[in-house]
Write a protein that binds this ligand. Structure first.
Ligand code: UDP
Length: 327
């Protein structure tokens, strides 16, 4: 297939671009590089630098793309609370422009990078796709708004669309991994502390009603996540917007993650206790049964030490390219 990958210089987008190229697809990446890294874009991909909304109409026009994988987004939860305009403009407005370009050029397929943040604080775990969507921050609200827009476009205009709601993505694949200018995610932060690029890791909340008092998340290997995108492209049906959760189906606490990182790296990871981070639910675990049943997807790298080991190999190989490296 001929595919447009928006946000293909970011973490998940660049891994998916690689997996699509490895599967024989023809990939064009569009990315404005405000958070992504140019060197993360696979060499075999064509690259266009700039905003998705402005560029998608001309990229898609007359070029017979088979589908779009839409990753380009602002994705920092805390920042979304402080600067919601950046999220409504950058996520929703840009995505609406992309949807219009998809409609007017007759591009048949869309796979959208949605998120567990669309659910907010769950009443029960594991979270299924019919669970209530009550996002607790503008990041989740903007992703949910885009999901709603996609549903309307699929129904009215025959778009074949799938949204994939990611739980906690981690690990690395094919030389692509997490290397953000601003890092807020647990595993890369712990590995940066192991590298000596941070003094310590703050554990946000030790008073949750969980076995060890720290918050529990469902970590999914980025390669498993990317494979789900390839399956979604094949499974998308004209006129339908299907939504699938993607997780490993098991939960690990913040302490378990830190202990696993210490075991994998063989290094000491200093921790300090800190108050809960606003809006962080105690336990988020996915049911991915729908993706397993409908897409024939199977997460294969579910062992946390494997996920951490791949992330660690990537982090060590970064060297001077690490945004976390001390100057
Ligand atoms: N967390 C932490 N210290 C950090 C970063 C994250 O204790 O420096 C916790 C966070 O409160 C959450 C879990 O680790 O309970 C996963 O956070 P992350 O930001 O990686 O993903 P999220 O679940 O928020 O999408």
């Amino acid at each position: 297939m001929k595919l447009l990958v928006t946000g293909g210089a970011g973490y998940v987008g660049s891994v998916c671009a690689r997996v699509m190229i490895d599967a024989g697809h023809d990939v064009t990446v569009v990315d404005n590089l405000t958070t992504g890294n140019r060197d993360a874009v696979p060499e075999a991909a064509a690259f266009v630098e700039g905003d998705v909304g402005a560029l998608a109409p001309e990229i898609l026009d007359g070029a017979s793309f088979d589908g779009v994988l839409h990753f380009a987004a602002q994705s920092l939860v805390g920042e979304s609370v402080e600067q919601p305009e950046k999220y409504w403009q950058g996520n929703v407005v840009e995505s609406l422009k992309l949807l219009e370009a998809i409609r007017t050029t007759g591009t048949p397929r869309l796979v959208f990078s949605s998120t567990a943040a669309t659910y907010g604080e769950p009443d029960a775990v594991p979270i299924v796709e019919s669970s209530p969507t009550r996002p607790t921050n503008p990041y989740g609200a903007t992703k949910l708004a885009i999901d709603h827009a996609i549903t309307s476009y699929a129904t009215a205009h025959g778009l074949a669309a799938i949204s994939l709601r990611y739980f906690n993505v981690a690990g690395a694949y094919g030389g692509a991994g997490e290397n953000r200018r601003v890092e807020t995610h647990l595993i890369p932060i712990v590995l940066q502390a192991a590298m000596g690029h941070r003094e310590s890791v703050k554990i946000f909340g030790t008073d949750y009603h969980t076995d060890d008092g720290t918050a529990v998340r469902d970590y999914i290997h980025v390669y498993d996540l990317a494979r789900a995108h390839a399956l979604a492209l094949e499974a998308a049906i004209s006129g339908r917007h299907a939504i699938y959760n993607l997780g490993s189906g098991s939960g690990f606490s913040v302490r378990q993650v830190i202990d696993t990182c210490a075991e994998v790296t063989g290094l000491d990871i200093p921790v300090v206790h800190a108050p809960r981070r606003a809006g962080d639910p105690a336990v988020l675990i996915a049911s991915s049964d729908k993706a397993i049943g409908d897409l024939g997807w199977e997460p294969t790298n579910t062992a946390l030490p494997t996920i951490v080991a791949d992330a660690w190999e990537y982090t060590r190989a970064l060297g001077d390219r690490a945004h976390s490296a001390p100057a």
